[in-house]
Design a protein around this ligand. Structure first.
Ligand code: SF4
Length: 252
């Protein structure tokens, strides 16, 4: 005990300063591809054809990325002859639908936000990243964000996985048990669009086909800071990523 007291005094606070200061420590985010302007349409089409999940579309010489599908495999950047630009950062949360403007929860929730997590058929990757939010580095409690296993005490439903048929009922029951106002956040490509599982007799192909989703956190899996950004965006403490994001128009 005395050792840990001494160790704490010696090393000081090790938690990230995000969101009060930028976080750029190595390894906190894998980054992601950006929309990229190629020299001609053929190069952009080749880049699109190189994506294993069809997340890249070519619009003339501009290659755009659909982050609902992107599995962050990095194939379009490393080793590809027609490389997309790769950006660092992690503030990737977007509104699920561009048809309406996302309305954050009121300020009353901003330092007392309770989150319940449903694994709707996750492979374990996104769930593992969600778990990291409780570790000393990310330490989400310092921001007034807490996990709760009780839907009746939850303000946010965080869903990982593509919604397997077996989890459809429990997911709906969880949502219905939550008091209003509530928000639903889809974490990772599988929860957003079904990802590599797609839609089948055993997969709903994304949370949006079962529940009204408010926010998407792209990634496969998204790093903990991307999930933290999403939870801060729920109450408007951080801005959402632009709808056409990934998107600094970066000529190669
Ligand atoms: S990182 Fe995303 S956009 Fe690039 S090849 Fe992989 S899935 Fe496609």
């Amino acid at each position: 005990m005395a050792f840990w007291f001494w160790y704490g005094l010696k090393n000081g606070v090790q938690s990230t300063r995000y969101p009060h200061a930028p976080e750029s420590a190595p390894g906190v985010s894998p980054g992601r591809p950006c929309k990229t302007l190629f020299a001609d349409a053929t190069e952009a089409a080749r880049a699109a054809a190189n994506c294993p999940v069809g997340a890249i579309t070519a619009d003339g010489s501009l290659a755009k990325v659909d982050f609902g599908k992107c599995i962050f495999c990095q194939r379009c950047h490393f080793g590809a002859p027609d490389r997309l630009h790769w950006e660092s950062g992690f503030e990737w949360t977007q509104a699920h639908s561009s048809d309406f403007e996302y309305e954050p929860l009121s300020r009353g929730f901003s330092h007392s936000l309770h989150v319940t997590v449903v694994d709707a058929g996750d492979c374990g990757a996104c769930l593992n990243e969600v778990k990291q939010l409780n570790n000393p580095l990310y330490n989400m409690h310092r921001l007034g964000i807490f996990f709760t296993p009780t839907p009746r005490a939850a303000d946010v439903l965080l869903v990982v996985g593509p919604v397997s048929e077996n989890m459809r009922g429990p997911l709906l029951k969880t949502y219905e048990a939550m008091p209003d106002p509530k928000r639903v956040v889809a974490v990772g490509a599988c929860a957003i669009t079904g990802g590599i599982f797609g839609r089948s007799f055993m997969s709903a192909g994304g949370v949006g086909s079962v529940l009204p989703v408010d926010l998407d956190i792209p990634g496969d899996p998204p790093p903990p800071l991307a999930i933290l950004h999403g939870l801060l965006a729920v109450t408007g403490r951080r801005r959402l990523s632009a709808p056409d994001a990934g998107a600094s128009e970066v000529p190669r």
